[in-house]
Design a protein around this ligand. Structure first.
Ligand code: NAD
Length: 290
């Protein structure tokens, strides 16, 4: 193996950890997407990939990215549409026959409800958020598992708002909590087939999906000030942790929610050395609420 010690800033480490493995990456929207960070990390280790994208508008962005990594299969998929998911797996079955891993980096909620109080969540947006952000992982697993004849690895993305109240995360927090529970149930169901199921709980990262969350910039700053590493994480770092869970390095790990968040989830109190800046940030949040 020829793994280098490159940091995410220098690009992913190259090597052969994923050689011979075929995987589907769902959720690349652009080059800021967490799914893109994961795709780069596993491609640099020899994985053969397929991408899905949602809607014609994103095809223009996703196809050139796929070309960069030499990904030949780029398929449309809307996870609220059963036929669209069936078509993706029928196509992969025809092209590849078997599948080794799937990355589910998909979430959605009406941004009007990612602001203000959770109390005001509508029935329709509750159902849509749960469908896209939680149930779809199970729906994808149902289709992927029959192709994972040599075992496999399923990976989804969560956020700390599943465990603790984060301002404005609202119904997404409820959906992520359910998603994390489904990781554990799927892990139990699929363990006997040597199919592992895990989640990465990523720290806040400026992406298209994140831009819909109220006061997201303040959340980014708050994490930077108060996380043990005193900075936010990159999609490259999430990609490297995903590589561990998707490759045989993670062969003993399933049902896990692995935090890649500069350690923020371990902190019980604000950082004393950033108290002044954190307090100024709080003041600005109070003003924006007012
Ligand atoms: N950015 C963050 O701070 C952060 C932190 C933790 C977890 N996450 C999670 O990471 C995952 C990826 O999000 P991201 O931040 O990279 O943003 P992103 O906008 O780049 O990716 C979200 C993806 O979901 C796709 N999507 C939405 N509705 C869909 C549908 N009906 N069918 C198929 N695809 C659909 C979008 O097309 C997009 O590709 C999400 O689950 C998100 O909740 C993000």
């Amino acid at each position: 193996m020829t793994t280098s010690t490159a940091t995410p800033a220098q690009g992913p480490a190259t090597g052969t950890l994923m050689a011979g493995k075929r995987g589907l990456i769902m959720g690349v929207a652009n080059d800021r997407s967490i799914a893109w960070g994961i795709a780069k990390a596993v491609a640099a280790q020899g994985a053969e990939l397929a991408f899905t994208y949602m809607g014609d508008a994103l095809a223009k962005r996703v196809k050139p990215l796929a070309e960069q990594l030499g990904v030949p299969h780029v398929l449309p998929c809307d996870v609220t549409d059963e036929a669209s998911m069936d078509a993706v797996f029928a196509s992969l079955k025809e092209q590849w026959g078997t599948l080794d891993f799937v990355v589910h980096a998909i979430g959605f909620s009406d941004k009007n409800e990612l602001d203000g109080l959770y109390l005001n969540t509508s029935r329709s947006n509750f159902a849509l958020t749960m469908d896209v952000s939680c149930y779809s992982f199970t729906a994808i697993a149902q289709r992927a598992v029959p192709m994972m004849t040599n075992g496999g690895s399923l990976l989804t993305l969560s956020y700390y708002g599943a465990e603790r109240v984060m301002p404005h995360y609202n119904v997404m927090g409820v959906a992520k909590a359910a998603l994390e529970a489904s990781v554990r149930y799927l892990a139990a169901d699929l363990g006997p087939q040597n199919i592992r199921v895990n989640a990465i709980s990523a720290g806040p990262i400026k992406t298209l999906a994140a831009s819909g969350i109220g006061d997201f910039r303040a959340i980014l700053k708050w994490n930077e000030l108060n996380a043990p590493l005193k900075r936010n994480v990159t999609i490259g770092e999430v990609g490297n942790s995903a590589l561990y869970l998707l490759s045989d390095l993670g062969s003993g790990v399933t049902g896990e929610v692995h935090h890649v968040d500069s350690g923020y989830h371990t902190v019980g109190m604000l950082a004393v050395d950033s108290a002044a800046e954190t307090s100024a940030l709080l003041q600005s949040l109070v003003k924006s609420e007012g």
